[in-house]
Design a protein around this ligand. Structure first.
Ligand code: DNO
Length: 369
């Protein structure tokens, strides 16, 4: 039988998150050597939520990636200002900045924006380096621990344990105003947060259409209220409600398997099939569940955690997903020092497992099996 190349089988685009020079312990040159990588997902890490991005900085970011042989396939994150989430009168000014940034990203040919709409905090963990029996460490969440501390203490703990790296979504200047932020969100219920998100999305959709940019909201992490703050992107019904409220294909989702899996009742393959072409970006990782509200991250390999990674990949193939996908948080292994969750080694291992699943399942599908 003649040798047939599997090259053309890849259409889902393998990417890696990269925080930018000076912020990331991993280099573009290292990323480029990962088999199958097509591009990076990056950001202007020192920009502040609400700020309009500079066109020159966007081009420099692109040129730097391209010089290393990689494309910028998306932004993670372009954060929304608290005024937009709370719905204060200044929100329109910040939305205008966001719209202008969308225009600049679209003009630069960057087609995707991943963002979240969680009040005060981005993702939350109770432990940034939980030791496993094999000596590796992982990010972990234990609701019992969270219940015993206040937000200020949690931030201080996270900062102390981050190994000198600035954690994504945990900007020190915002965290120093934690009490003020909590006051700001005092009257924000799930319903007002949802309405403010719809208001924001309706305002940015025309720019997304004009400049061919997809908005992909990240799943809340974890998918329940932490410190009494509302959460609205948590399960199939709530995501569908959001997509229907702004029924434009540009309004889509970052399907994050790890965040969704914080609630084992979320049937991820079913959610993927239900969202279909409104999934613009995928974060793939595996988690291990020990008790309700208690989980830790695992290697991408299915048997290392609780998620059926094979079925999840099958669902992505079934909906014909061809967008960017990235291995999400890895374990810290082999003595690597990096931003918690974002070392090179374990994400590189995980990425090859994901490509293996993809190639095998895709070929089977094409052969009608
Ligand atoms: C954590 C990430 C999040 C994500 C944001 C998107 O590792 O998945 O920080 O980038 O929620 O805005």
């Amino acid at each position: 039988m003649p040798y047939t190349s599997i090259k053309d089988v890849h259409c889902m685009k393998l990417t890696f998150r990269w925080f930018g020079q000076g912020f990331d312990s991993v280099t573009l040159e290292q990323l480029r050597q990962i088999p199958g990588i097509q591009g990076i997902i990056t950001t202007l890490y020192d920009s502040k939520p609400g700020e309009e991005w500079d066109a020159g900085a966007i081009s420099a970011m692109k040129e730097q990636a391209e010089a290393a042989g990689l494309k910028v396939l998306g932004i993670e994150s372009l954060n929304t200002h608290d005024a937009i989430k709370v719905g204060t009168p200044e929100r329109d000014e910040y939305i205008e900045n966001y719209i202008r940034t969308i225009g600049k990203l679209g003009t630069a040919g960057i087609p995707l924006i991943c963002y979240n709409f969680m009040p005060v905090f981005d993702w939350t963990r109770s432990d940034l380096a939980k030791k496993r029996p094999d000596g590796s460490t992982v990010l972990a969440y234990d609701q019992n621990k969270i219940d015993r501390i206040d937000p200020d203490t949690m931030f201080q703990q996270m900062e102390r344990n981050a190994g000198g790296f600035q954690l994504p979504g945990w900007e020190p200047e915002r965290m120093s105003r934690i009490k003020e932020l909590f006051r700001l969100y005092r009257n924000v219920t799930e319903e007002t947060l949802f309405e403010n998100l719809v208001y924001f999305l309706k305002a940015v959709m025309p720019a997304c259409e004009k400049y061919d940019v997809n908005m992909a909201i990240h799943i809340d992490d974890p998918v329940w209220s932490v410190f009494g703050l509302p959460r609205i992107v948590t399960c199939k019904e709530k995501i569908r409600r959001l997509l229907n409220a702004v029924d434009n294909k540009r309004n889509g989702v970052t399907l994050c398997t790890g965040s969704l899996s914080s609630d084992p009742d979320n049937d991820i393959p079913d959610i993927i099939r239900s969202l279909g072409d409104r999934i613009h970006f995928v974060h793939m990782r595996n988690t291990r569940h020990t008790a309700p509200g208690v989980f830790e991250e695992a290697a991408h390999y299915a048997a290392d955690g609780s998620l059926d990674m094979v079925e999840i990949m099958q669902a992505l193939i079934d909906i014909g997903f061809e967008g960017p996908i990235r291995p999400d948080h890895g374990r810290a292994i082999w003595g690597e020092v990096s931003m918690p969750g974002y070392g090179l080694y374990d994400r590189a291992l995980g990425s090859q497992y994901l490509l293996g699943l993809y190639d095998a399942l895709k070929r089977k599908k094409e052969q009608g099996k």
